[in-house]
Structures are given as structure tokens and as C-alpha cells.
Design a protein around this ligand. Structure first.
Ligand code: GLN
Length: 485
């Protein structure tokens, strides 16, 4: 049997029944990686020694039978934006090419404490800026369903590694769609939790008021198990929420009879890709058959979301990325004096998209432009949040497509940043509002490219989002399909 095709919860089951050991499982995934990685390129760094050591520890824990969690002994991967103690963390940037953190991000530490085995670090768009993983300074990742297509981004390596069976599950980050859009492109499940639900400590910052970590998995139960493991208040992140973490897996069952699913008209626009809109319409029909009540809602400020996002996110990025100056981290290119050294380092270390965003952000924050751009964007951001508050008075979840199209061809959008930015048109508002959102598979195009359904929920109501996703998944069965490599 191909163990690498199984879900995390199926593997937990096999580990508990002693049908397989964590070391055997880890070796099976390392073998799979060696077989498919030259096609997929989902990893920047593979760490077999650390993984096998963790697997041995997990086997000891499994033998004792104490302190077990659903993750104990299960091989996972981690986006290369999370600091991993002693293992290179690059953010897919030349400026951090040789950076070895002396500490673990809290989300990573929680995975390790739960007994998960970390196989390696996933490729991504440099500093999480992008929607295709083509902005990696090292190489693009390929979509396991069609190797000439992008896996989405920025967590493209994480989504591709899950879809290709190169890990049982992964964690990514989502600032404007970077968990959900790649999940949609790769036919897997991705969940961006409420802002503050998961600690951002040790997660290299892009836009701190939007960034959030979450799971990318083969099915909804796996997403629930991963989220339960990584969520929670962390004294090291002042924005993490002090609210008990529910057992998300326990909340999945029970069906969605009587659930009110809001359909925002602004997300079903003329000229939308026909295959995407028909798959999403069918999914809405399925929710109805499962007993959900379909209610039209409106999110009138949706049309401003992309503009607001590219002001807020770039402003925060320009500030966050000031720390990469050749003094404290990574690359240094010498110059005649300190300023020259800064300039040379940042010129050599950052790729074109990162430079573009630093310049946009610096501009919108500068005296004279701040009021017109950054301040105005922050005000409209509040209005977008209020749109959701009003909509959620009428419904329990909001259902939309995750992305306007299925995975596009490698190279198709690299020359035109604006078209690339529109890939996130349906995912960005969720980050601006700080609410949770998931993407789950809802069908395929005629070329067998996955299509994603987005489910948004009320602040801290991940349970209802996951419950809806679970009911749909059980009825539709798309999550059982695996890419053939
Ligand atoms: N694609 C969006 C961007 O380029 C979102 C990225 C993200 O969520 N990290 O900024």
C-alpha cells in the first residue's frame, strides 16, 4: 500500500495500531520525495537526519503510549517562512539563503511538541509576496496535477508537497490568500484561521496586521487536527488571542441542517471563468441538499479590497523588511561605507517583486502621501470589516469561489504584476477583516485542474467553517482524488 497517499488521520490510525512505525513512515515519505521532487520542486531544504531523529523519538512515545496526540509520529512539512532551530530558513530569498535560526517559531514548536516529524522546508514566493511561487529566488514549484502549471502561492511548496504525497500535511501562511489560493490550485484543503488564533512568533513578517499561519492538508479532518495543534495564546506574540482552543475535530460532525450560507453577489461577477462558476454553483446546490439555507448577502466594499490590500500590505512590508540590512541577518555585500553596504546588500539580496513592494510601501507611508494612501486604505479596511459584520447578521458562513481561475501556466502572468495581484481578488477581504476562511476542493476543470470553494466564517468561529467544509466534503468526495505523478 502507498502510505504517502493516505491522510494524516489514516496514518495516525496505522501508527496507533502498530501497523507501521514512525521511522518506516518517515522513510516512505523520504523515498517519495526522492522519486518526485525533481518534477515538483516543493522543498527548498529537506532535513532527513532531523526527521529520522524525531521519528525515533515519536516511536518511543508511541511505544510508551503516553502523551500521544493525533500528530505523534506523522511526517509533515513547513513553509520556509517559519524559523526552525538549526535548520536553514530562507523565506525563498537570497538575503536569507544561509540563515540558520537559533530558535523555533511557536507553530513549529507546537508541531514538534505534538510529536510531528518535520521532513523539510517548503518553497514559496520570496517573503510570501506572490500567487504562483514563481517569485522564489531559487526555482519555481510545479503543480502536481499539471507540471507546466503553477501551484499557486505564496505557500505553493506546501500545497504541492501535500498534493504530491511528499508529506502528510503542511503549514503555510496567508496574508492575502497564500494558504487558500494554493490549496485551491493543488486540490487540497487550506485554512486561514482568525487573525491571532495562531502565534506569529518566529514567522518571518510580511504584513503583520494580516499574516496568519494555518494548515494545508488532504482533507478537512486533517485540517482540524493540525489547527488544534498549532492554535492558542502565546506570550511571545502580543496579538495572539487569549481564548481556549476548541477540539476542532470533535466539532466536525452533526451536519449543516439549518445552517445559513451567505452568497455575496459581488463574488459572482460577469466574465468569471465558466468552469469555476459552475463548479461553485453545484457546490452551493450540494449545501442546499444537505439542509443549508442559502441567503443572498452583500459586501459592497469588495471592489476596493485589492487596492486597500496593496497599500496596507506593502506599507507594512516596507517597514518589516527594513531589518534585512546586512548587519543582523544573512547576506552582506560590502561597500565603501555603511550606507553603501546597506544598498549593495539589499540590491543583491531582494528579488524584483520584493523591491517593487518596498518602494510602493515606502511611497504610501511617506509624509505628504500618508493621508491620501495609507490612512485612506486603513479607513476603507474598517468598512470592509463592517460589511462582514453586517453580512454575518444574516448568515453563519459565506460561500464563494477561492480563486477566479484554476492554476495558470508557468510564466503566464510574470510579466504583468497587476494580473497576478487579481488572483487574490476573492481571498484578500478575509485577511483585511481578520476572519477565518478555508478552501476545499469542489471539482475539476475539463483539463483535470482542481477548483476550490471558499468558506468564510465569523471571527473565532473556525468550528462552523470546518463543519460546513466537512459536510460538503463527505457529500462530494473530491478530497479523495490524488494527483498522479
Ligand atoms: N498573493 C498575495 C500577495 O502577493 C498574497 C500573499 C500572501 O497571502 N502571503 O501579496
Amino acid at each position: 500500500m502507498d502510505l504517502t497517499a493516505l491522510t494524516l488521520h489514516e496514518l495516525t490510525d496505522k501508527l496507533r495500531k502498530k501497523e507501521v512505525s514512525s521511522v518506516e513512515l518517515t522513510n516512505a515519505f523520504l523515498k517519495r520525495i526522492s522519486q518526485v521532487e525533481d518534477k515538483v520542486n516543493a522543498y527548498v531544504t529537506i532535513s532527513p537526519d532531523e526527521a529520522l531523529k524525531a521519528a525515533k523519538d515519536a516511536d518511543a512515545r508511541l511505544a510508551d503510549g503516553v502523551n500521544l496526540t493525533p500528530l505523534t509520529g506523522v511526517p509533515v512539512s513547513v513553509k520556509d517562512i517559519f524559523c526552525t532551530k538549526g535548520v536553514r530558513t530562507t523565506c525563498s530569498s537570497k538575503i536569507l539563503e544561509n540563515f540558520i535560526p537559533p530558535f523555533d517559531a511557536t507553530a513549529v514548536k507546537k508541531l514538534k511538541d505534538a510529536g510531528a516529524v518535520i521532513l523539510g522546508k517548503n518553497n514559496m514566493d520570496e517573503f510570501a509576496m506572490g500567487s504562483s511561487t514563481e517569485n522564489s529566488a531559487f526555482f519555481p514549484t510545479k503543480n502536481p496535477w499539471a507540471l507546466d502549471r503553477v501551484p499557486g502561492g505564496s505557500s505553493g511548496g506546501s500545497a504541492a508537497s501535500v498534493a504530491a504525497g511528499e508529506c502528510a500535511a503542511s503549514i503555510g501562511t496567508d496574508t492575502g490568500g497564500s494558504i487558500r489560493q494554493p490549496a485551491s490550485c493543488c486540490g487540497v484543503v487550506g485554512m486561514k484561521p482568525t487573525y491571532g488564533r495562531v502565534s506569529r512568533y518566529g514567522m518571518i513578517a510580511f504584513a503583520s496586521s494580516l499574516d496568519q499561519a494555518g494548515p494545508i492538508t488532504k482533507d478537512v479532518l486533517d485540517a482540524a487536527l493540525m489547527l488544534t495543534a498549532i492554535a492558542g495564546r502565546d506570550p511571545l506574540d502580543a496579538t495572539s488571542i487569549d481564548s481556549p482552543v476548541p477540539d476542532y475535530a470533535a466539532g466536525l460532525k452533526g451536519g449543516i441542517k439549518g445552517l445559513r450560507a451567505g452568497i455575496p453577489k459581488e463574488y459572482f461577477i460577469e466574465g468569471m471563468d465558466f468552469e469555476v462558476s459552475s463548479a461553485v454553483s453545484k457546490a452551493i446546490e450540494t449545501l442546499k441538499k444537505l439542509g443549508a439555507e442559502i441567503v443572498p448577502v452583500t459586501l459592497p466594499n469588495t471592489e476596493y479590497a485589492v487596492s486597500v490590500y496593496y497599500l496596507v500590505a506593502t506599507a507594512e512590508a516596507s517597514s518589516n523588511l527594513a531589518r534585512f540590512d546586512g548587519v543582523k541577518y544573512g547576506l552582506r555585500q560590502d561597500g565603501g561605507n555603511l550606507i553603501e553596504m546597506y544598498k549593495n546588500t539589499r540590491d543583491a539580496g531582494f528579488g524584483p517583486e520584493v523591491k517593487r513592494r518596498i518602494m510602493l510601501g515606502t511611497y504610501s507611508l511617506s509624509a505628504g502621501y500618508y493621508d491620501a494612501y495609507y490612512k485612506k486604505a486603513s479607513q476603507v479596511r474598517t468598512l470592509i470589516g463592517r460589511d462582514f459584520d453586517a453580512a454575518f447578521k444574516k448568515c453563519d458562513v459565506i460561500v464563494t469561489p477561492t480563486a477566479p481561475t484554476a492554476a495558470f501556466k508557468i510564466g503566464e502572468k510574470t510579466q504583468d504584476p497587476l494580473t497576478m495581484y487579481l488572483s487574490d481578488i476573492f481571498t484578500i477581504s478575509c485577511n483585511l477583516a481578520g476572519i477565518p476562511g478555508a478552501s476545499i476542493p469542489c471539482g475539476f476543470t475539463k483539463d483535470m485542474l482542481p477548483i476550490g470553494l471558499q468558506i468564510l466564517g465569523k471571527r473565532l468561529d473556525e468550528t462552523t467553517v470546518l463543519k460546513t467544509a466537512f459536510a460538503y466534503e463527505e457529500a462530494a468526495g473530491w478530497s479523495k482524488k490524488r494527483a498522479q505523478l
